[in-house]
Design a protein around this ligand. Structure first.
Ligand SMILES: Cc1ncc(COP(=O)(O)O)c(C=O)c1O
Length: 366
């Protein structure tokens, strides 16, 4: 065990040394945490997973799909694409499956960097995938968030120049949990896509009342939407997500995949198909998340920890007025949090787990 742990440590250092930055969700420390978990049960509030998932329907479907896992099951993927298309009132040609929306973000980065130029992105947002865009030659232009930690759409719009190839909007935004006003976002997309591509990441949109922008892609070749089964559907470990875009855009993006729609497994597709049928699970997740989030924000505010109102399954807060060592408190109580995202104001994020987990989280901080 000890040897393996040392090996993992060395491997992590090696990876960091190579400049490969792991996603939070797949952070190297998590591997060690997994080993630790054999001794202590960890409270995982790091990666915005759904603590209730997968739904029972999805679990059963994945289990039942095991015998079919000896075959490449293109038919099943086609069925999922058809179901997703129906859900969004689009055709199958508007969709591309990926191993999580991470793959979709990566493909979008490669697709948009065919010509050199720049990429406009908020600071702070979900930006791990931009390493791909930068390696492919795009220069990153970071636009600060507004004072209330939302995307500054007008500043992002004003930053567009003749070399802008891509603008990324994470809506709602990770890590801040804020959401763009529908009309402002719509106007932004209409104007910005006249000259550049816009990638909207809707990973957490199902936690909100705001509709998807999916319907815009029928007319707009420059809009790409990334969606995932990792969050509201609780399938983070299954690795399945998808892109929604104009058929021509999907065609070009799919040419950057080894085999179009080919990176998902029979089990993940089966889980996703069943998840789409389980509206009850989605409704329950939203309800439980809302209750636990309300509790968490109230309790954090009682501890003088200022929170940004959240539209997601996580909360962004400032540790400026908290006088204990936040991360030490988490560690002592076997809770996995994240990091400081912004030094100024000491902003961090916590995932909303179950009510029991959030009570333990608050107890650890008091
Ligand atoms: C905003 C956002 N987009 C995309 C992802 C990637 O998710 P996945 O690859 O599991 O679909 C995450 C994961 O945390 C995220 O927060």
């Amino acid at each position: 065990m000890r040897n393996r742990r040392n090996w993992l440590k060395q491997t992590s250092l090696g990876i960091v040394g190579l400049g490969i930055i792991p996603l939070e969700g797949f952070a190297i420390s998590t591997k060690e945490d997994l080993l630790e978990e054999k001794n202590v049960s960890l409270i995982r509030l790091r990666s915005n997973e759904n603590p209730y998932g997968p739904s029972v329907l999805a679990r059963n479907a994945m289990r039942d799909s095991i015998p079919a896992s000896n075959r490449y099951n293109w038919d099943l993927s086609d069925e999922l694409i058809k179901k997703i298309a129906q859900k969004h009132n689009l055709t199958e040609q508007h969709l591309l499956l990926g191993a999580g929306s991470s793959e979709i973000l990566n493909l979008a980065a490669l697709y948009c960097s065919k010509k050199t130029g720049n990429l406009i992105i908020a600071e702070t947002t979900f930006d791990y995938w931009t390493v791909t865009a930068e390696n492919a030659g795009l220069k990153k232009i970071a636009i600060p968030l507004t004072a209330d930690k939302n995307h500054d759409l007008s500043a992002m719009f004003n930053a567009i120049d003749a070399d802008t190839r891509l603008i990324y909007i994470c809506n709602p935004n990770n890590p801040t949990g804020t959401i763009c006003a529908s009309e402002a976002l719509l106007n932004f997309i209409i104007e910005a896509t006249k000259t550049t591509k816009v990638l909207v990441d809707e990973a957490y949109l199902e936690y909100t009342d705001q509709p998807s922008l999916a319907n815009l892609v029928t007319e707009n070749k420059n809009l790409i939407i990334a969606k995932t089964f990792s969050k509201i559907y609780g399938l983070a470990g299954s690795r399945i997500g998808y892109a929604i875009a104009h058929p021509e855009t999907i065609m070009e993006m799919s040419q950057l995949q080894f085999s179009p729609n080919g990176s998902v497994s029979v089990m993940s597709v089966s889980g996703a198909l069943a998840s789409l049928k389980d509206d009850k699970f989605v409704a329950e997740t939203i309800l439980l998340n809302t209750e636990a989030r309300k509790y968490t924000i109230e309790q954090l505010e009682n501890l003088k920890i200022r929170c940004i109102p959240s539209h997601t399954n996580f909360v962004y807060f400032s540790l400026e007025n908290y006088n204990k060592d936040f991360f030490e408190q988490l560690k002592k109580n076997s809770i996995l949090g994240t990091k400081i995202y912004e030094e100024k104001g000491k902003w961090s994020r916590i995932t909303i787990g179950t009510m029991t987990e959030m009570k333990q989280f608050i107890k650890a901080l008091v």
